[in-house]
Design a protein around this ligand. Structure first.
Ligand SMILES: NC(=O)C1=CN([C@@H]2O[C@H](COP(=O)(O)OP(=O)(O)OC[C@H]3O[C@@H](n4cnc5c(N)ncnc54)[C@H](OP(=O)(O)O)[C@@H]3O)[C@@H](O)[C@H]2O)C=CC1
Ligand SMILES: O=C1O[C@H](COP(=O)(O)O)[C@@H](O)[C@H](O)[C@H]1O
Length: 480
């Protein structure tokens, strides 16, 4: 994964301080947006601090006419949220420029491209429909050879638009130079799933339908809308989280062992498992849930009802919680439900993947108290590995108890956006989503979106600060 030495365009990759620095430009479209401020620039700051990108020119661009000084303050403030700034970050803050532009205008895009020097990476931190329009304009203009494109999720707005965006992008540059970003693939704990499964003999032999009762992938957030109505109200929880992040986790949990972690092997194995994934029983009405939060209090913070948040249109029926049960139709996983859930404004803050094992074929007569399944838990915040297993407990040795073993994964070297930016500058697409997979993820969720649009699944409500709707597909948790 981090062993790549040459970019597809043949330019040196992974420049480190002390080497002959080749100029590199990061052209950040959507620079004035929330993603850039909260996640992308802090990730870039940490990447610079690690010694990477010694000769980086950063160009920010947004619709509003911010000017260089305001932009420099934004970059400095964002870098500071990730840690104290060293000389590299300070130099980038000093030299960065801001160019106001409408990226759907050919003239503006030509002006932006003319400002780039050397190896150029263009980051589309834009609403998905604007990305599509900008890519169509770039297809008319063309790009300098070797340019790499980083495109945020959601990739397109449905299967048809994802196909046409793929079509445009791969006419612009080779597939290996398109980095479809899913920042969960830059989370070290998500990548640790690979080591947990394939770097020891403990778990992999039992990760199949003979031993596993079900797999849950849950991302319950305490955050509400946080002023993101412009994007979120037309996306909703299913597209915002399940269609992208949670399906990527599913792919890593369910794929077979790749021979190497090269982009071709890893992405090929993920693609194979996602191609075999569909809604359980092909019945999206029965096997999906949607809900949105009403007013409430989350950990002492008062939230208005989603429908009353500024910028939302209640008649759209946007869900803030989505659940879906999926089947992975392979020899290994046939018959095992994968239950995915993402929700906002919840009390629980559960962010984990849980593998629930079937009961042992027989518990010896004389041992009593087998009343909970054994579970393997992978926590995505806090980043922890947990094992809940039945053993003879304290006291009466014939009474079973469940013990909880846990280990911290510890923080990654870089934050997720640092990792995905490193991948793009190194010319290594391993941690990005391949074009066919981006389409497959839409193919998996579209039957659910269709029945939701047709009103066949009621939009339920739950109070902010609660646990979500009562008829969750994930409750009751399986019990022996
Ligand atoms: N925010 C987050 O936590 C995350 C966001 N994402 C993804 O990142 C992308 C951006 O999201 P986010 O930053 O939240 O959205 P924002 O609405 O905060 O920002 C959108 C940005 O796009 C710019 N923009 C819009 N239209 C044009 C145009 N025609 N020409 C030039 N610039 C334009 C805006 O410029 P201006 O403000 O000047 O109008 C602004 O900089 C989305 O695809 C989202 O899914 C992914 C993961 C997390
Ligand atoms: O992409 C997104 O992810 C965040 C959750 O990611 P995290 O790294 O902050 O845990 C989610 O809040 C947001 O709605 C979504 O767009």
């Amino acid at each position: 994964m981090r062993t790549s030495t040459a970019s597809p365009a043949g330019s040196p990759a992974g420049h480190r301080a002390g080497e002959d620095a080749v100029p590199q430009t990061l052209l950040l479209l959507g620079a004035s947006g929330d993603l850039a401020a909260r996640l992308l620039l802090p990730g870039l700051g940490r990447l610079l601090a690690s010694g990477a990108l010694p000769d980086l020119r950063l160009i920010g661009s947004g619709m509003h006419d911010w000017g260089d000084e305001r932009w420099r303050r934004r970059v400095a403030d964002s870098f500071a949220t990730a840690g104290p700034s060293g000389p590299r970050e300070t130099e980038v803050v000093r030299s960065t420029r801001y160019l106001a532009a409408d990226v759907t205008s050919e003239e503006d895009l030509r002006r932006l491209l003319a400002a780039c020097q050397g190896q150029t990476v263009i980051f589309f931190a834009l609403p998905p429909e604007i990305t599509g329009r900008a890519a169509a304009v770039l297809a008319r203009i063309g790009l300098p050879p070797g340019t790499r494109l980083m495109v945020e999720k959601p990739f397109g707005t449905d299967l048809a638009s994802a196909r046409s965006l793929n079509d445009i992008l791969t006419r612009l540059v080779p597939e290996e130079q398109v980095h479809r970003i899913d920042h969960f693939l830059g989370k070290s704990t998500v990548v640790n799933i690979i080591g947990l499964r394939f770097a020891n003999r403990i778990f992999e032999p039992v990760l199949n339908s003979s031993h596993v009762a079900c797999v849950d992938i849950v991302f319950d957030e305490s955050l509400g809308l946080e002023g993101r109505a412009g994007y979120y109200d037309s996306a909703g929880a299913l597209v915002d989280m399940v269609q992208s992040h949670l399906l990527q986790i599913l792919a890593l949990m369910a794929m077979d062992a790749p021979p190497t972690l090269d982009a071709q092997d890893l992405r090929g194995h993920k693609a194979q498992v996602l191609r075999a994934t569909r809604v359980w029983d092909d019945d999206p009405v029965r096997w999906s849930r949607r809900a949105r939060y009403t007013a409430g209090e989350v950990h002492g913070r008062r939230l208005p009802a989603y429908a009353d948040e500024p910028g939302t249109d209640a008649t759209r029926g946007t869900e803030t919680l989505a659940e879906v049960v999926l089947a992975v139709d392979t020899w290994r996983w046939a018959g095992v439900p994968f239950r995915l859930r993402a929700g906002k404004a919840l009390a629980g803050r559960r962010k984990e993947a849980i593998i629930t094992f079937r009961p042992p074929p027989r518990v010896p007569t004389g041992l009593t108290g087998y009343d909970q399944f054994d579970r393997l838990r992978i926590g995505f915040g806090p980043d922890q590995l947990g094992l809940d297993i039945n053993i003879n407990g304290p006291g009466n040795p014939l009474d079973l108890d469940q013990v909880h073993l846990s280990a911290d994964f510890g923080p990654g070297e870089l934050p997720p956006y640092g990792e995905v930016l490193r991948g793009a500058f190194d010319g290594d697409p391993t941690l990005s989503v391949r074009g066919d997979t981006a389409e497959d993820c839409w193919r998996i969720v579209e039957p659910v979106l269709d029945v939701w649009r047709a009103g066949e699944v009621p939009l339920r409500e739950y109070p902010a600060g609660g646990r979500g709707p009562d008829d969750s597909l994930l409750t009751p948790a399986p019990s022996p």
